[in-house]
Design a protein around this ligand. Structure first.
Ligand SMILES: CN1CCN(Cc2ccc(Cn3ccc4ccc(-c5n[nH]c(N)c5C#N)cc43)cc2)CC1
Length: 238
């Protein structure tokens, strides 16, 4: 997968050199480049923003540099991802869809956002998706790119050693995962549930399923609405 990220803060994307994303880049699974939007400015001050038409606080990112960046980096096969507070919710389902794309380009906005004509013009020549991480306000799109890229990269073949890890993906299955434990068997007076040390894989699988459902009913009942799940001792309808 080829990925281009355009931002006015390239250093914000430094974590993409680390851990499994860094390894995916090293093995060629991921071909990633980060570009400074100011490369496509030509005035002495490398200006990327201006005041909003219609008034209001803050500044808006000018269309010209973004248009030139898209002209340089995008093709008709590009899927342009624009993080935005007004975007569609980013979900595991969307992550899986994006993991099938050949070229992702991320436009990291700042200030009050990017001139809407950039998105409108791009949509005449490529797929464009405006996505949001959630109902809270960030300073810009860079954090969202780190999140989206991590969620997408871990789904690429060859990135996760044990493909089984993906089989148990909780958000993919619609329920939360059961709590996890490791050695020692007792820590500060707290014991690992006996069933997990029983060696009875059928009992362990049942316990994990029931604990996952219990957690989901308590923390994310929205995931169970209409799903017809029964959770022992928990009224999932409440
Ligand atoms: C008068 N003003 C009043 C505030 N509004 C709304 C607004 C517009 C931009 C910004 C800052 N910003 C710039 C680019 C950018 C990208 C993503 C996100 C983002 N925030 N939260 C998420 N889940 C995000 C994601 N993904 C924020 C961004 C903050 C608030 C505009 C009009």
């Amino acid at each position: 997968m080829k990925v281009d990220v355009v931002t006015i803060f390239p250093d914000y994307l430094a974590p993409l050199d680390l851990s499994l994303i860094g390894k995916a880049r090293g093995t060629g699974i991921l071909e990633l480049a980060v570009h400074d939007l100011r490369r496509w400015t030509h005035d002495v001050h490398r200006t990327v923003d201006d005041t909003p038409y219609g008034g209001g606080p803050g500044m808006v990112m000018r269309p010209e540099p973004w248009g030139a960046a898209l002209d340089s980096l995008a093709t008709p096969d590009t899927h342009l991802i624009v993080p935005s507070p007004a975007g569609a919710p980013f979900t595991q389902t969307l992550a899986r869809a994006l993991s099938g794309d050949s070229h992702l380009m991320f436009a990291c906005g700042r200030y009050e956002g990017i001139d809407q004509r950039v998105i409108e013009h791009a949509a005449t020549r490529m797929r464009v998706s405006e996505v949001s991480l959630g109902d809270y306000v960030l300073f810009g799109g860079e954090v969202a790119v780190l999140v989206v890229l991590e969620a997408v990269t871990r789904l690429l073949p060859g990135v996760l050693g044990n493909a089984d890890s993906l089989v148990e993906e909780s958000h993919a299955a619609g329920v939360l995962e059961a709590p996890m434990y490791t050695k020692p068997p007792t820590w500060r007076g707290l014991d690992v549930p006996d069933v997990l040390r029983s060696g009875d894989h059928g009992k362990i699988a049942r316990w994990r399923r029931e604990e996952g459902l219990r957690r989901t009913a308590q923390r994310r009942p929205d995931l169970l609405e209409g799903a017809g799940f029964q959770v022992p001792g928990v009224d999932v309808a409440k």
